[in-house]
Design a protein around this ligand. Structure first.
Ligand code: BGC
Length: 717
């Protein structure tokens, strides 16, 4: 449709029809069985007219199901405006990829793009038009269960990966390419900074910090063309995001020029009553619409009260019209007026969803996402000629998909025991199930007996998937006690333990430090068991690096590498008394941001700069020679950090400014070069302006945020 036709369409809509466009409800409202519709309809107080006008649908899939709903809907809708199907395709549709925190550990934008591309293809043939991804919340607190959905603690890396996902979902031409879906950046804003890591809790930070650290990731994803933005559940400076005009009108729309659709999070408009900033639903509707929230997800404050607010003149009709137009434009950008089913195709659904090609892609990404945290005495890869025991609750578990794998099915997953056998490794296991939290005494005794008899024990531990994700915060981020007890019991009879971990957050691993090797496999998805088996056997050489610090203990949380300078820096004098530190634990992470080992060994040469001075026209060129000094090919993620020595406001002691995945054959070496521009060292000043300060900077390169080269001093003019 031409823009003029959209304007014309808007002109024909009644007030009720316009308000209807702003409502999102779930698919059960459209069940063709009246008795299935009644419950939800009574609950929200909706009648058949409301259903005929509701603009978008949440959580329906299946080409046939979507076709049925769309056909019936368009018949009932007076102006035949199509509805729009949205859903949570977070790290895969049915073919599940690693959780975003795992995917991020690949530091591979092409892996992020592949995940999104495959997801979009499967979702689109199954009838979806929009996915609620990428989640770009910066995270520093592992107690928060939703860190699994994030790509970590660094704004630069988060932005890069989110932009790659947006491109993977939307492609280059969303209108023409019906195998793509529109992306929704969430949760705006700063949802990851919930106080004490408790989900839905208050977020309170300075606006400067918000702009400097928390907003850039979202902005990069929006600049990459994402069509929608979702509000967050939390408050920002005392105002719930879903009613926060400053966030949405001032920053997102005016400053950033975002002209796409803003959707509330699930029920978040009405929650403003519980927050205590709205007296009732009418008040909540007024706050949300004034803040610029276009779609209200799953509550009916708009539906019930917008008309009255407009008639009374409290909300100008123009505001409503702008929201409706954005929704119509989104439908138009997806080509729904001409093709209301878009890519939905029952035949393609059968061949595309879970195709071999998609499973292979998921496996490759899973291989790239597993972080080797420890490998003393080269215990890994496994020596197939030794007697290997595979024990622990995750040994036979198919709970590898993670909490946000909506359409994923455990039946598609090959567990670790099956995968190791497939890979030709004979392992001894115990019979029966082994519970994650309360294994039977008999199961533990049997495990100890098998461990005693083995040369090496692979102990497969972790969190069940429900322990991370939404509403799954934990105050204790160690492994469940029963697993620590199991570790101790096994360690008493066999000290050659390799721990593998399936989990959704950085854990406090201090109780299992006597393990010879530790592999963080995250929730690796449909092909995760096979990918982990390949890492263990050595068929795959691990290359992943953490994007979120693992603390020594929960008391250090929030812990992140890009901390501000203090007046009493720990780094200068860790033993000193009056420095910024704890008495009982170091300031450092157990495994810092950027950390991860390989079966290869890499050596870094001296860091060199082409010129010690740079300015807006002449970027800095930083190079380092990387050498693979081992016998096997491997991939190293080389990282470049910068420290702005004197700023107008306190600057972090280091910030990631570049990275590269470099694959080197045994004995090979290569010069890796980073280009750092003046723009790269800009930051948000006290007046919220993004600018750089001329002066001295330190540049460091290395394998992780902690073990960096000697700093090279450079000067910005
Ligand atoms: C979550 C969102 C999600 C939405 C729709 C909410 O509970 O916070 O991330 O997209 O539900 O399912």
């Amino acid at each position: 449709m031409e823009q003029s036709q959209l304007t014309d369409l808007l002109g024909q809509m009644t007030l009720d029809e316009k308000i209807g466009q702003l409502l999102q409800i779930t698919g059960d409202f459209y069940s063709d069985k009246a008795e299935e519709r009644t419950g939800p309809m009574t609950q929200l107080g909706l009648d058949e007219d409301d259903l005929a006008n509701a603009g978008t649908v949440l959580g329906v899939t299946g080409a046939e199901e979507c076709r049925k709903i769309q056909t019936a809907y368009m018949k009932r809708n007076r102006l035949h405006i199509p509805t729009l199907f949205m859903g949570d395709v977070i790290h895969g549709f049915r073919t599940i990829f690693p959780i975003p925190l795992g995917l991020a550990s690949s530091w591979d934008e092409s892996a992020a793009e592949t995940m999104a591309r495959v997801s979009a293809h499967e979702a689109s043939v199954s009838g979806l038009f929009v996915t609620f991804s990428p989640m770009v919340d910066l995270v520093r607190d592992a107690r928060w269960g939703r860190v699994m959905e994030s790509t970590g603690e660094d704004p630069y890396l988060n932005g890069k990966l989110a932009a790659a996902m947006v491109h993977g979902y939307q492609g280059d031409d969303l209108l023409a390419d019906t195998t793509r879906v529109a992306a929704c950046v969430k949760h705006f804003a700063a949802y990851g900074a919930a106080v004490a890591g408790r989900d839905y809790n208050t977020v309170d930070m300075s606006e400067r910090q918000l702009r400097d650290m928390y907003l850039p990731g979202y902005k990069t994803a929006i600049d990459a063309g994402a069509k929608l933005v979702m509000t967050s559940f939390n408050t920002v400076d005392g105002v719930p995001a879903s009613g926060n005009r400053h966030l949405f009108r001032d920053i997102l729309r005016r400053e950033w020029g975002f002209d796409g659709v803003v959707i509330s999070d699930f029920g978040a408009v009405k929650e403003m009553i519980s927050h205590g900033v709205a007296a009732d639903e009418r008040d909540a509707a007024k706050l949300a619409i004034k803040a610029g929230v276009d779609i209200e997800m799953m509550t009916v404050c708009y539906l019930r009260h917008l008309k009255d607010l407009i008639v009374s003149g409290e909300v100008p009709e123009q505001v409503l019209d702008e929201s409706v137009m954005r929704i119509l434009e989104l439908k138009n950008d997806l080509g729904l007026f001409e093709n209301p089913l878009r890519g939905a195709d029952a035949e393609a659904e059968r061949t595309v969803v879970m195709s071999k090609q998609h499973r292979d892609a998921a496996r490759r990404v899973a291989e790239e996402s597993m972080v080797l945290l420890k490998n003393d005495d080269a215990t890994l890869p496994l020596d197939a000629s030794r007697k290997i025991a595979l024990l622990g609750p995750a040994a036979k578990s198919t709970d590898l998909l993670g909490a946000w794998s909506w359409k994923g099915q455990e039946d598609d997953v090959a567990a670790l025991d099956v995968s190791l056998r497939e890979a030709g490794i004979q392992v001894s296991t115990v019979d029966g199930d082994f519970d994650y939290l309360q294994p039977s005494d008999q199961a533990v005794e049997e495990a100890v007996r098998v461990a005693k008899d083995a040369d090496v024990v692979v102990l497969a531990l972790g969190e069940p998937s429900y322990m991370s994700g939404e509403a799954s915060s934990r105050s204790d981020i160690r492994l469940p006690q029963a697993q620590l007890d199991l570790f101790k019991a096994v360690a008493a009879v066999n000290d050659r333990i390799i721990v593998t971990l399936f989990n959704g957050r950085p854990l406090d691993l201090s109780d299992i430090q006597s393990a010879k090797a530790i592999v963080e496999a995250w929730f690796p998805g449909t092909e995760g068991g096979r990918a982990l088996a390949d890492v263990l056997t050595g068929a795959v050489n691990p290359s992943a690096k953490l994007t979120m610090s693992f603390p020594v203990s929960v008391g250090q949380v929030p812990i992140y590498y890009n901390v501000d300078n203090t007046g009493r820096p720990y780094e200068n004098d860790p033993e000193g008394k009056y420095v910024s530190k704890y008495l009982d634990v170091s300031n450092y992470a157990a495994y810092p941001f950027g950390f991860g080992l390989s079966y290869s060994k890499f050596e870094y040469g001296e860091v060199k700069v082409e010129d010690h001075e740079f300015d807006a026209d002449n970027p800095l060129k930083v190079s380092v020679e990387l050498r693979n000094v081992s016998e096997r090919e491997g991939t190293e993620i080389v990282q470049c950090y910068v420290h702005d020595l004197v700023g107008e406001v306190v600057r972090p002691i280091k910030q990631l400014k570049g990275y590269e995945r470099v694959t080197l054959a045994a004995g090979e070496s290569r010069t890796v070069t980073f280009t750092i521009t003046e723009e790269d060292v800009r930051y948000v000043h006290a007046d919220y302006e993004l600018d750089s300060d001329p002066g001295d900077f330190d540049v460091m390169v290395g394998p992780n945020s902690r073990d960096l080269s000697k700093a090279v001093r450079v000067h910005l003019f």
